[in-house]
Write a protein that binds this ligand. Sequence first.
Ligand code: BJW
Ligand code: ZN
Length: 318
Amino acid sequence: MATSAARPGTVPPKDLESFQAHLNKSTRILALLGAGLSASSGLPTFRGAGGLWRTHDAVQLATPEAFGRDPGLVWQFYNYRRHMALQAKPNPAHYALADLARKKDGFLTLSQNVDGLSPRASHPEDKLKLLHGSLYDVKCSDFFCNYFEKNNYTDPIVPALAIPTDDSDPTTTEAIKARELDISDENIALPEIDYNHLPKCPTCKRGLLRPGVVWFGEMLPKDVLSDIDEWLTESDKIDLIMVIGTSAKVYPAAGYVDLARAKGARVAVINMDKKDQPASGMYKRDWFFEGDAATIVPELLKSVVGEITEMPDAAGTA
Ligand code: BJW
Ligand code: ZN
């Protein structure tokens, strides 16, 4: 396995050369994206540092059980994340991947991220498969109702979920008075939410709406899985899979690394943490690029996409 030595975040020239030589001749390429891709856009990851929301493990809040138990708390968590992701901007890695998708026809991106940053970087829609849904989709939580709304950017999603602001000090200026409080911090009081003020389904008028994301124990979207299956079965070979900013612990997403390997793919991992390797480990012809995806990915893809300079944000149009 080629590994980046001494300084994390810099790509050793020999590894860069061998990776780009392989990338340039690759025609069937996959990328598996995780929360680390958006970390330098300011969005927290799920595991490790930043994986706590107040006193709650973010992974524990991402479950149907948590929603059933306390829909107000779970909506506060998701409304907060919708708000933060709307403030965030795609970073150079989102743009480089979007550009690679335009330049290499046989490149498919499988994203576990729900933050909307890849669509906002104008990643071609048909080349981007959102495994875990989107923060901006909402659907009815009633089993018998199939209400589903795409691209709902209303922030807050209902008035009761507005992020509280610090207007406690009458001597502060208007601008400071309007400062939003960081409700991810357990020391900031969380407003009580009346059940009746949570978002309701406009169709059945019975169910609560819920975020259109995939929680533990839930099936991934059928159309997404079948599109990926179709791509996988189009050919017996895959040249390369890039595993970017993910702990690769959640299935079935993580399983695509092994599926790609089984079709001959070489694996390139881009991650801040050397310990976060795919379950099958690293093979001799793999690469581990240690450091921030926002810096490393554009560097790696430069031989195909060139320098990433312009970064227009298709906010709200994704
Ligand atoms: C940086 C960086 C920087 C930081 N640069 N890097 C087979 C075996 C075992 C278990 C299962 C299995 N099949 C299914 C399961 C069960 C379960 C599962 O996988 N459990 C595991 C935990 C063991 N899977 C499911 O339940 C899935 N459904 C399913 O399988 O349905 C079929 C079924 C149903 C019913 C019965 C039986 C079968 C659904 C999984 C849904 C996951 N949902 C979440 C929440 C989405 C909504 C939301 O966002 O709130 O998805 S959980 C969470 O984890 C989120 C993420 O997409 C996902 C992956 O996390 P990710 O992105 O890897 O983040 P982190 O934090 O883990 O890692 C960040 C990485 O970045 C780290 O490595 C850092 O080092 C790195 N990093 N900064 C580069 N700047
Ligand atoms: Zn409904």
